[in-house]
Design a protein around this ligand. Structure first.
Ligand code: ZN
Ligand code: CU
Length: 487
């Protein structure tokens, strides 16, 4: 049969994202979607890619990002497409760019601000801007509870009043109606730390009507992690929606090994409700600079500092010595600032990555001066270091954790698998070559071994660089997706 396609990938080894064993085949793409997979030797296409000796996999979905502003400020999405990512979930950890108009939002919202970034009074206007100025990748957005608190409250050192809670719930409903795929919280951070469980349940209530997810950076990831997990499960049960635990980890030397306990908790909760998690493949975390992390970390690196940008990349201990201050005092004088904390056990990270329901999410912070290498390295590191070199799981499982599993957990329709009828988000890579090059010293290095990255049928990354194409779409949930469908 002499079929014609827009794009044809020949001679690939196909890993389909559903954890099935790899097989040989060609992939024909038409009108942005996968038309056929099979032996298509006689077919012709406008654009042909020879994938001989390489893997073709579904484009990777970054389950956990803070790319809300990156989509506009670097629409090529270089840190992401260079490692094979074709879709990102934005708005994590309670931090979303909308709905909020604020010139100086409090930390941690400043992780994605450049002054003036918070300018969307409602979620619909944010998504419409993303629609009208597409990026290279697709994006699905969460609405952040901390953003809602800052929009609805004038002080954050207390629980919300019934009126403020009602206001946040209305804003959450508007976001979900516009197409947000869930609500994220970050009760670890000061602006949301005083939110009660009841406040969160009330704000999350509309999720059920829109098929949204409850996604959380929990109150505690150290000594009190079990208690924080119970709170998370309770919120999911009472609202009646799936729960996603963000960047699951156990922090602090005295908690090393406790992933045995937390994964058992997840497994038993999974028997009565829908729960899953994401994880990044490093033993160091990164967020705003905080004095209470000093005791929990063996080493702290500064990633940015507003008053002292010259300290980005330096150890906190060294910066403190230079300033003639204690580390606690240095935190105060460097803030607002960000940091990397070496505070996890490698065995815990591996145990969590291996867990069946664990998705891969980078949690990369794209606006940091000297970012954590997870921003540029996460996906290649899981495929190269953890799957191929350490043999933590087969390549088919590694791919599943960054594609099919993630699409299913976030309800992204017709994404995450190589399957006829599905959108043609495809990453072609060399299984022997794939690896992360980003390090703590040189964090903005492109991954090795990525050959081509295709979004909605259009190549966005080839020959080690961006093609300049911007075929990304906003992926909406439920009813909002049906309304805006342009198939
Ligand atoms: Zn977080
Ligand atoms: Cu995060």
């Amino acid at each position: 049969m002499n079929r014609r396609y827009d794009l044809l990938i020949r001679n690939a080894t196909i890993i389909d994202g559903a954890r099935r064993p790899r097989y040989a085949g060609d992939i024909g793409v038409r009108a942005g979607r996968i038309a056929d997979i099979g032996l298509l030797a006689a077919a012709r296409a406008e654009v042909e890619i020879d994938a001989q000796g390489k893997i073709a996999a579904p484009g990777f979905i970054d389950a956990h990002t803070h790319d809300d502003r990156l989509l506009a400020s670097d629409p090529a999405m270089t840190p992401k497409v260079s490692q094979g990512v074709t879709s990102v979930i934005a708005g994590n950890c309670g931090i979303s760019l909308a709905p909020l108009v604020s010139a100086s939002p409090p930390p941690p919202l400043d992780l994605i601000d450049d002054g003036g970034a918070f300018r969307f009074p409602d979620f619909a206007s944010f998504l419409e801007e993303l629609d009208s100025q597409p990026a290279a990748t697709n994006v699905a957005c969460l609405v952040g509870h901390t953003t809602l608190r800052v929009a609805a409250m004038s002080r954050f050192d207390r629980a919300a009043t019934p009126e403020e809670t009602a206001r946040m719930q209305a804003l959450a409903r508007e976001a979900l109606a516009a197409g947000a795929v869930g609500l994220s919280t970050g009760t670890y951070y000061p602006p949301a730390a005083h939110a009660t469980t009841e406040e969160i349940i009330a704000v999350a209530r509309p999720l059920k009507d829109y098929g949204g997810r409850y996604v959380t950076h929990m109150r505690h990831e150290d000594d009190r992690i079990a208690e924080a997990m119970e709170e998370t499960f309770r919120i999911g049960r009472e609202v009646g929606v799936p729960v996603i635990i963000s960047h699951h980890k156990v922090v602090g030397r005295n908690n090393f090994g406790r992933s045995v306990e937390t994964l058992a908790l997840l497994r038993s909760a999974g028997e009565r409700q829908s729960v899953c998690l994401d994880c990044y493949p490093y033993t160091a975390s990164s967020t705003i600079l905080r004095a209470d992390r000093i005791a929990l970390s063996s080493r702290i690196l500064i990633t940015w500092s507003k008053p002292h940008p010259e300290f980005a990349g330096m150890e906190l201990a060294q910066a403190a010595a230079q300033l003639g201050l204690s580390q606690e005092q240095a935190v105060a004088s460097l803030s607002p600032a960000g940091a990397i904390y070496f505070s996890m056990d490698e065995a815990d990270v591996q145990r969590i990555l291996r867990f069946d329901d664990t998705m891969i999410g980078s949690d990369g912070l794209p606006h940091d001066l000297k970012p954590h290498p997870r921003l540029w390295g996460t996906f290649a590191r899981v495929l190269g270091h953890y799957s191929r070199d350490l043999g933590l799981f087969p390549l088919e499982t590694a791919v599943h954790k960054m594609t099919g599993l993630t699409a299913r957990n976030f309800g992204l329709k017709q994404r995450g698998l190589l399957k006829p009828g599905y959108w043609a988000d495809i990453t072609i890579f060399d299984a022997a070559e794939i690896g992360d090059a980003a390090s703590f010293d040189q964090p903005t290095q492109k991954a090795r071994g990525i050959d081509s990255v295709i979004v909605n049928g259009v190549p966005v990354w080839q020959n080690g660089r961006s093609t300049g194409a911007r075929p990304g779409r906003v992926l909406r949930a439920g009813a909002a997706a049906a309304r805006t469908r342009v198939d």
